[in-house]
Design a protein around this ligand. Structure first.
Ligand SMILES: C[S@@+](CC[C@H](N)C(=O)[O-])C[C@H]1O[C@@H](n2cnc3c(N)ncnc32)[C@H](O)[C@@H]1O
Length: 173
């Protein structure tokens, strides 16, 4: 589904995305895990970059983001993100040393097509941070907002599906 501001997923970031840069802050342990997974990649593609949360600041990052409201909140030093979607990335094969995407795959129209594109344009690691629907109920917020968590679980993809899609398109994922 494409929303008015270009949002490509099931959420309209033209409505919910304003101010995201002010309140969405990275969890340091997650950020450290992403840094470790990226290894020594110098050229990194960040797909579904949003307002730039979890985007490394010590590498050359290219951001892709379909929502205009989110692109306008990206980190200024990178310039505005490229208006595109995971399923059709406007880059040649192996343009990047690594590709990453954080909390975005559950919104993609075609998970396998998007992951194949990340694999195609990166010659090194493809780093994916997302929710595992089988583990979500162990999250502390379940005690306070069980319906919100079960909604997220329904939107999330099984980790095996993500792993299969990235590991069958090329080795080294
Ligand atoms: C929950 S936000 C996460 C933003 C950021 N990565 C973060 O961790 O803060 C999900 C983002 O994925 C983007 N998105 C949705 N569908 C997409 C698609 N098909 N391709 C690329 N990005 C997409 C949305 O516009 C939104 O900015």
């Amino acid at each position: 589904m494409t929303q008015r501001d270009g949002s490509a997923g099931d959420a309209d970031y033209g409505v919910i995305g304003h101010g995201c840069r002010n309140y969405r802050q990275p969890e340091p342990a997650f950020a450290a895990a992403i840094t470790a997974a990226l290894g020594d990649a110098a050229r990194v593609l960040n797909v579904g970059a949003g307002a730039g949360s979890y985007e490394p600041t010590d590498r050359q990052v290219t951001a892709v983001e379909p929502s205009a409201a989110m692109r306008s909140q990206g980190p200024g030093h990178l310039g505005e993100a490229i208006d595109a979607t995971a399923e059709s990335l406007p880059f040649d094969d192996d343009t990047f040393d690594a590709a990453m995407t954080t909390f975005s795959v559950h919104q993609w129209r075609d998970l396998e097509a998007g992951l194949a594109e990340l694999r195609r344009v990166a010659c090194g690691p493809v780093v994916i941070m997302t929710c595992d629907p089988d583990l979500l109920e162990r999250f502390w917020l379940t005690d306070y907002a069980p319906e919100a968590i079960s909604t997220e679980a329904r939107r999330s993809h099984a980790s095996t599906r993500i792993f299969d899609a990235t590991s069958t398109t090329a080795p080294g994922t």
